[in-house]
Design a protein around this ligand. Structure first.
Ligand code: PEP
Ligand code: MG
Length: 559
């Protein structure tokens, strides 16, 4: 038993065992009257901006090489903040009024940081990016040392208030055993980088983390979202096993010969090769909205065509399930001017936006997809997010017809892909039979489905217990969806986080799912779990899981 267990949010479903190294980029600001003169402070500020830009460009290059072009794009955003005229003017004004440059920088960023902190989801994470840029300037202006995160001793677990994207990009997964932070959420850039690097990470552990001293042995359990302080032997062994299973390249079947596709969830072209390398049979969810984030305008049809064609060429013998744009909720895109909504998760999200007001964007995307389907090596499947009504589905299918007509007019080659619907709303569960009659496949998105079935915000730590897909209400919803899909000759997969949990693989196979799709990191573990499953006994367990009344009774049926 660990002497203490702190609970936060798992960012990467991996475990790591190591020794705490606190990363505390403390900066001491000068006193109010420490200006060395207006001109000299102005020069110091200009030099700091110049050096910061050079550093950011270097880090951008290094990140492109180590992680990927899309992850590196965050440094462009930092350069933009660095050159933001309103911030620059505010610093100049402070200096002119007699402030030292460092103090003027601190003041100039404060208002902007506060403004972003008051927003939701990804916009709130912009506050982290602004802090990153501010701290870089302050370090240069105050002569503060930068801790070299790239040269930590082997087996270090980095603890810190928050990690910025630049910090995370420096961590070497070969030597660092993991990291844990006081603040931050699962979708912060630091968490996304951690997943790309398969680095064990838990974020948002709260102030209690500050009591864990340098040099303490800890387990970062990114699966459970826990930090185990001074772990016992069993926990240390489990963390070592947390390294995961060996890659299985071929498709797997249950011990009695039922083939289950084990596919990857991706959001960017850079994630395709790593997914294939971890044994993905294909892509079960391509979150195309990621192609629209961190830029100033939407990608053109050709750029989208290239990205999807890339995916199809990466899996010539498999299929790639592309989800059309899923914007809204926690996924905000500044240039689309999304409305301010009281309850964005219950608002204009997913297919609702694609039918209107983003109909043009949707049609462009569909044209890109139809063209890629004709030219790419693998088989393209396209599915629509957050569908709640048959009318929405029929309108989405009509939009595919319109896109095909555009391409006919242009005389361009295209192919109609298989179509599918995500089951993410209670309505979709009840209407699964009607949906299945109209499309080739359904895909259960348990992240949203759990949120709506349980009325528990997927982002809200306070209702974490409720946002759990092993609640019988969710298990029954999954069972019913699979039954209705199969009764109407549609395949059915799962692409929510639940599918990547090897402990529920037997249950999911027993419920009848044909495909499980997940973050690439857990593919080998799920492939092992599927191949150790026997269909009949899995079905028996699943039937029991659909009958029990409590979550703990469902858990009793898991390995
Ligand atoms: C889901 O809701 O389960 C899902 C896969 O979609 P996303 O996580 O992108 O909302
Ligand atoms: Mg969803």
């Amino acid at each position: 038993m660990a002497s203490r267990t702190l609970t936060g949010t798992g960012a990467t479903p991996r475990s790591g065992l190591g020794t705490v190294v606190w990363y505390d980029p403390e900066i001491t600001l000068p006193d109010a009257d420490e200006s060395v003169g207006i001109d000299a402070e102005r020069d110091r500020f200009a030099d700091a901006v110049e050096t910061a830009r050079a550093e950011l460009e270097r880090e951008r290059e290094a990140t492109t090489e180590r992680i990927g072009e899309d992850e590196a794009a965050i440094f462009d955003a930092h350069i933009q903040f660095l050159e933001d005229p309103t911030i620059k003017d505010a610093v100049e004004e402070g200096i002119t009024e007699g402030q030292a440059a460092a103090l003027a920088v601190d003041d100039a960023f404060a208002g902007h940081i506060e403004q972003f902190e008051g927003m939701e989801g990804r916009m709130a994470e912009r506050a982290d990016d602004l802090r990153d840029v501010r701290d870089r300037l302050l370090r240069l202006l105050t002569g503060g040392e930068r801790v070299n995160l790239a040269a930590l001793p082997e087996g270090s677990v980095v603890l810190t208030e928050r990690l910025t994207p630049s910090d995370t990009a420096q961590l070497d997964p070969e030597t660092v055993a993991g990291f844990a932070t006081v603040t931050g959420g699962r979708t912060s850039h630091a968490a996304i980088f951690a997943r790309s690097l398969a680095l064990p990470a838990v974020v948002g552990l709260g102030d209690e983390l500050n009591d864990v001293a340098d040099g303490t042995e800890v387990v970062v359990d990114g699966d459970a979202g826990e930090l185990l302080v001074e772990p016992g032997k069993a926990e240390r062994d489990a963390a070592r096993r947390g390294e995961g299973a060996d890659v299985i390249e071929e498709p797997v079947e249950t011990s009695d010969g039922r083939e289950i596709a084990v596919a990857a969830n991706v959001g960017r072209p850079e994630e395709l090769e790593p997914a294939a390398a971890r044994g993905a049979d294909g892509v079960g969810l391509y979150r195309t909205e990621f192609l629209f984030l961190d830029r100033q305008s939407p990608p053109e049809e050709d750029e989208q065509y290239e990205a999807i064609r890339d995916a199809l060429d990466t899996f010539p013998d498999g299929h790639v399930v592309v989800r059309t744009l899923d914007i809204g909720g926690d996924k905000q895109i500044p240039y689309l001017n999304l409305p301010e909504e009281e309850n964005p998760f219950l608002g204009e999200r997913g297919i609702r936006r694609s039918l209107d007001p983003d109909a043009e964007l949707f049609r462009t995307q569909l044209r890109a997809l139809l063209r890629a389907a004709a030219d790419g090596a693998g088989e393209l499947n396209v599915m629509f997010p957050l569908v709640a009504t048959v009318e929405e589905l029929e309108n989405a299918i009509a939009a595919v017809d319109d896109a095909a007509a555009d391409l006919d007019d242009r005389g361009v080659d295209y192919e109609r892909p298989s179509l599918g619907v995500m089951v993410e709303t209670p309505s979709a569960v009840f209407m699964a039979d009607e949906f299945a009659k109209r499309v080739d496949f359904l895909s259960i998105g348990t992240n949203d489905l759990t949120q709506y079935v349980m009325a528990a915000d997927r982002e809200n730590e306070r209702v974490r217990e409720h946002h759990d897909p092993t609640h019988p209400g969710v298990v029954r919803a999954i069972g019913r969806t699979v039954e209705q899909a199969h009764a109407n000759d549609a395949r059915v997969g799962m692409c929510g986080e639940m599918a990547g949990n090897p402990d529920v693989a037997e249950l999911l196979v027993g419920l009848g799912l044909d495909e499980l799709s997940m973050s690439a990191v857990t593919i080998p573990d799920v492939k092992v779990a599927v191949s150790e499953t026997e269909s009949n006994s899995a079905r028996g367990r699943a039937d029991s899981a659909r009958r029990v009344a409590t979550r703990s009774e469902v858990h009793d049926l898991l390995p």
